[in-house]
Design a protein around this ligand. Structure first.
Ligand code: NAP
Ligand code: MG
Length: 474
């Protein structure tokens, strides 16, 4: 069991005036380590160091900035096992997922290391002179990370932000600070100058709030709940501070009768239960064409009941625990009042892990389109299945939500795949697959799932301001 990780835990965070947080293992419910938290004053001091580091970081020549980011990627690569073990210990992620997540940070750094030499402006024809645009870095960027994917979401922010010439202050979620702290140390080891990338563990209401309020932070990149994101956007408005928001989702997996039903049924659990369903892209609403609804459920049942829930450090495990006792209570609040059709036989808890935060994967049959299990983001391993009559009803049901992050469409009819993909109001759709996040394609939400896009070739641009300069011929 991932109770005593073989890696050494980051000893200190460099902060202490905001008290300390006891990191709890989701596997056992027992303490892992203590992390010092930053106070508002310590946060301000770190922001001011980042502001002081900005002029020289933006002036590093593009080839050298690229080299430093590639070196950072290499150092992350050399520590993938350590970072993965830290995430198993801190967040209870399965070891395979945790290795992928650390590898994603490496890949994102390598991808955006190509950006400094390619931050192209434009030359625009004008009479009487030359007109050119520059993409100027913004200054200090504050990145606020949730607990569900501590490493990737951090990297999606700091990779392109640093590449574009900004300095970064990053607040991990209070419950998952360990990998972020280690990444901060690895950045220094790779040769990034002090103050260019600073990880500041602490409370959202303290550290996160200073990112919103401190005038030296010129952009806030927030991933988390829609409720906190709305408040943050309102707070940022007082300084017209730039924001990117990546918020919640209640994503539809639409399965048509003409699809490869076996393939769709085998893929549906992974799409909903990966990371124990704590994924804003989880396909937690499955819509099935009425004529194959019963058959789909009969194919889905063994794929769910046979899932292996347990020790995340065991490579054979499909699903680990939830992040915290509070979050487990919240998920049980939904599952206990839902109409459950079937669930995994093995719920994860053993004598050794009795104090952990276990919830088996479950399939619910909503009592109607207003059932909370159908409308609300559970952020846990409960998926809901509902039948639909025809293509128009499938689209209407899929769009009957304030969210619009991701979704999937299973059909062999290419025309229908395209029609439905264009009609579903979501930022990330996949056909006959559940893939949604590749670092080299854009990611983000429609409607209340977010504002702006991360990743993809344009991500560094969103950490810049466009400056237009006209030079007269005379
Ligand atoms: P959350 O409560 O919104 O927290 C997210 C981050 O914001 C944490 O670092 C949190 O700090 C911080 N925060 C809290 N209050 C703040 C404030 N007043 N000012 C500034 N920062 C503040 O969300 P969560 O419960 O950690 O994560 C689950 C939610 O995130 C789900 O709704 C999920 O859909 C969403 N999510 C979305 C995406 C996406 O890409 N769209 C990805 C992952 C998660 P503390 O740790 O101290 O609370
Ligand atoms: Mg929260």
């Amino acid at each position: 069991m991932a109770v005593n990780p073989s890696v050494s835990l980051p000893a200190h965070s460099g902060f202490s005036e905001g008290g300390s947080y006891t990191v709890i293992s989701p596997v056992t419910g027992r303490p892992v380590t203590e992390v010092g938290l930053a106070s508002a004053a310590e946060t301000d001091a770190a922001i001011e160091r980042a502001a002081a580091a900005f002029p020289s970081w933006r002036a590093v020549n593009p080839g050298d900035r690229a080299r430093l980011l590639r070196r950072f990627a290499t150092v992350v690569e050399e520590h993938i096992d350590e970072l993965a073990e830290l995430e198993v210990a801190n967040a209870g992620h399965t070891i395979g997922n945790a290795r992928w997540e650390a590898g994603n940070v490496r890949d994102v750094l390598n991808y955006y290391s190509a950006a400094p030499e390619r931050l192209f402006g434009r030359q625009i024809p004008v009479p009487g002179g030359l007109d050119v645009t520059f993409l100027e870095p913004i200054g200090v960027v504050g990145i606020i990370v949730p607990w569900n994917f501590p490493m990737p979401i951090a990297g999606w922010g700091f990779g392109p932000a640093l590449a574009a010439g900004n300095t970064v202050v990053l607040k991990p979620a209070e419950v998952t600070p360990l990998t972020a702290l280690r990444l901060g140390e690895l950045a220094l080891e790779a040769g990034l100058p002090e103050g260019v990338f600073t990880v500041i563990p602490g409370k959202g209401s303290v550290v996160g709030q200073r990112f919103v309020d401190h005038p030296a932070v010129r952009k806030v990149c927030f991933t988390g709940s829609t409720a906190v994101g709305k408040n943050l956007m309102a707070g940022a408005a007082t300084q017209v501070k730039r924001v990117t928001l990546e918020l919640g989702g209640k994503n539809a997996n639409i399965i048509f009768a003409d699809s490869d039903l076996e393939k769709a049924a085998l893929a549906a659990p992974g799409a909903a239960f990966d990371n124990s369903g704590q994924d804003c892209c989880a396909r937690s609403r499955v819509l099935v064409e009425a004529s194959v609804y019963e058959k789909f459920l009969s194919l889905l049942e063994p794929a769910v009941t046979g899932m292996s829930v347990g020790d995340p450090a065991d490579p054979a495990t499909d699903m680990g625990p939830l992040i915290s006792a509070g979050h487990l209570d919240s998920v049980i609040g939904y599952s206990a009042s839902a109409q459950i059709a079937f669930s995994a036989a093995n719920g994860g808890g053993t004598a050794e892990t009795a104090g952990g935060f276990w919830h088996p994967p479950m399939v619910a049959l909503p009592r109607g389109a207003n059932d909370p299990i159908w409308t609300e983001e559970v952020f846990g391993p409960v998926l809901a299945v509902m039948p639909f009559r025809d293509e128009a009803e499938a689209i209407a049901l899929a769009n009957d939500t304030e969210y619009g992050l991701s979704g999937s469409i299973y059909t062999r009819d290419i025309g229908r795949a395209l029609r439905v993909a264009r009609a579903v109001d979501s930022g990330n759709l996949s056909v006959n697959s559940h893939s949604s996040v590749r670092y080299w394609t854009p990611f983000g939400g429609f409607k209340q799932s977010g504002l702006g896009r991360e990743l993809g070739p344009e991500a560094p641009n969103s950490f810049t301001e466009v400056k237009n300069v006209f030079i007269s011929h005379d």
